[in-house]
Design a protein around this ligand. Structure first.
Ligand code: FES
Length: 151
């Protein structure tokens, strides 16, 4: 069962609305026989259904806590989707609560910025990149290849 909770978490600039998802939602037609073959062939690249595209408007992020470690999925104003580890590599902060600007998210705790395309921080205090994951949007459903690190 999916629980989407939209709550404004920022006051500076454009607020990123965080949605908490308790576990992946099996969307309509989310699992096909092709998916099953892919998962069987590549067990490390489990596809996680995040939510429907219309549940994640541009400028917002969703935290998927059903996986460990949790991931954050961002929908940029340009219409791109990115999935990264949700926890900042500096300390324990949720990047889904951060500020989204272009393809960059700013950590809400100490303001390190991470490039969502590469996971690299642009400056201290974080020095270690976050992992990024491939995102697939198919039939209006956002899915992440969890376990398959993109960068
Ligand atoms: S917790 Fe993210 S920069 Fe410190």
């Amino acid at each position: 069962m999916t629980e989407c909770v939209s709550e404004p978490t920022m006051t500076r600039g454009r607020a990123v609305h965080r949605r908490a998802i308790s576990e992946p939602e099996p969307a309509e037609s989310a699992k096909s026989s092709d998916d099953a073959r892919l998962e069987a062939a590549e067990p490390r690249a489990a596809m996680i259904t995040v939510c429907r595209v219309d549940q994640l408007p541009p400028g917002e992020a969703v935290r998927v806590a059903a996986v460990d470690p949790p991931i954050a999925v961002f929908h940029t104003e340009d219409g791109e989707f990115y999935a990264v580890d949700d926890t900042c590599t500096h300390q324990d902060a949720s990047l889904a609560d951060g500020w989204l600007e272009g393809c960059t998210v700013e950590c809400p705790l100490h303001a390190s910025c991470f490039d969502l395309r590469t996971g690299r921080p642009s400056g201290p205090p974080a020095t270690t990149p976050i992992r990024t994951y491939p995102v697939v949007v198919e039939d209006g459903v956002i899915r992440v290849a969890y376990g398959e690190v993109a960068c």
